[in-house]
Design a protein around this ligand. Structure first.
Ligand code: ATP
Ligand code: MG
Length: 138
């Protein structure tokens, strides 16, 4: 079983989409190993998205991640990392496949409703950034 880290972003929480997104997660065979609601601080968001610090959208991305509460998740499934990215769809909802979360719920390329780790190394970093080991229940 592989674990990945996911976020339901402020744009989705604000529009009451937590339940709809969790329903897709569970009905696609993921187990929710950890979950909490949080209000990110600017320094937490900047540390989390550190890899993007040179990108032109870094300021606006970190600001929008702090614009309201998020839901932080650890998801578990076989091949969870690619499986969750597939269920989310492409970064830009205009490019996302039919039936994906971002196609159905994202507002635009930045406010794209969910986050998902892109590698095992990043998944380990991101899970430990927000959860202690005792909070992750496999
Ligand atoms: P995430 O890491 O959130 O799962 P991703 O891996 O599909 O998304 P990244 O390239 O890692 O995409 O970008 C991280 C986040 O930065 C995106 O989810 C989106 O919110 C924002 N972002 C990416 N590209 C752009 C852009 N061109 N303009 C504005 N925001 C962007
Ligand atoms: Mg990414």
């Amino acid at each position: 079983m592989e674990k990945t880290f996911a976020i339901i972003k402020p744009d989705a929480v604000e529009r009451n989409l937590i339940g709809k997104i969790l329903e897709r997660i569970e009905s696609n065979g993921f187990k929710i190993a950890a979950m909490k609601k949080a209000q990110l601080t600017p320094s937490q968001a900047k540390g989390f998205y550190y890899v993007h610090k040179e990108r032109p959208f870094f300021g606006s991305l970190t600001e929008s991640m702090c614009s309201g509460p998020v839901v932080l998740l650890v998801l578990e499934k076989e091949n969870a990392i690619p499986a969750w990215r597939e269920l989310m769809g492409a970064t830009n909802p205009e490019d996302a496949a039919a039936g994906t979360i971002r196609k159905d719920f994202a507002v635009n390329i930045e406010q794209n409703s969910t986050h998902g780790s892109d590698s095992a190394e990043n998944a380990a970093f991101e899970m430990s950034y927000f959860f202690s080991e005792t909070e992750i229940l496999s």
